[in-house]
Design a protein around this ligand. Structure first.
Ligand SMILES: [Zn+2]
Length: 171
């Protein structure tokens, strides 16, 4: 299925799941917001189709190069990219590793430059680098659920479009 088709089916799933969650298991607006953000990111830029030269890959713009090793080392529609749960887990871990490496590189470069100490520089711009995982565990969980449900929507749409293609070929 193409990008537009995935966006339309996922939009339907998002509306359906948000409505159901709102009716059946009332949750905070914060958690629901995190779910919607995760779902949107999973559809637009963290889709299982990052394993091929796709629109979600192009949506990364100049940063698309960070997905190049991922794309080149994994086969399109392999279980590691299109498998339930494992696909989302792998993409999340991969992106976190890229962020951690970039962060370490920035710290290293600032330390090497010896112009300012890193602490002074960040406090100068009021940049708060502290992020409490235990404090924000709910937000992270809902963000991840959003990513995963959008991926499941993608997988179902892929299967459905394969099935329709097969029917067309047979009849
Ligand atoms: Zn796909």
């Amino acid at each position: 299925m193409n990008y537009k088709g995935h966006c339309i089916t996922n939009m339907g799933i998002l509306l359906g799941t948000v409505y159901t969650a709102h009716k059946l298991m009332p949750t905070t607006h914060e958690n629901l917001g995190a779910y919607m953000v995760g779902f949107a990111l999973g559809t637009l830029i963290l889709s299982p189709d990052l394993d091929t030269f796709s629109r979600p890959y192009k949506n990364w713009g100049v940063l698309r190069f960070i997905w190049w090793p991922y794309q080149k080392s994994l086969k399109h529609r392999s279980w590691l990219t299109h498998g339930p749960l494992i696909g989302t887990l792998l993409r999340s871990v991969y992106l976190l590793l890229v962020c951690a490496l970039t962060y370490s590189l920035i710290i290293y470069l600032f330390k090497a430059s010896e112009i300012h100490s890193v602490d002074n520089l960040f406090s100068q711009y009021n940049f708060n680098l502290e992020f409490s995982f235990t404090k924000n565990i709910n937000i992270i969980a809902y963000l991840f659920i959003g990513l995963e449900i959008s991926a499941l929507g993608h997988l179902l749409a892929d299967k459905a479009s394969d099935f329709i293609k097969l029917l067309r070929y047979r009849f």
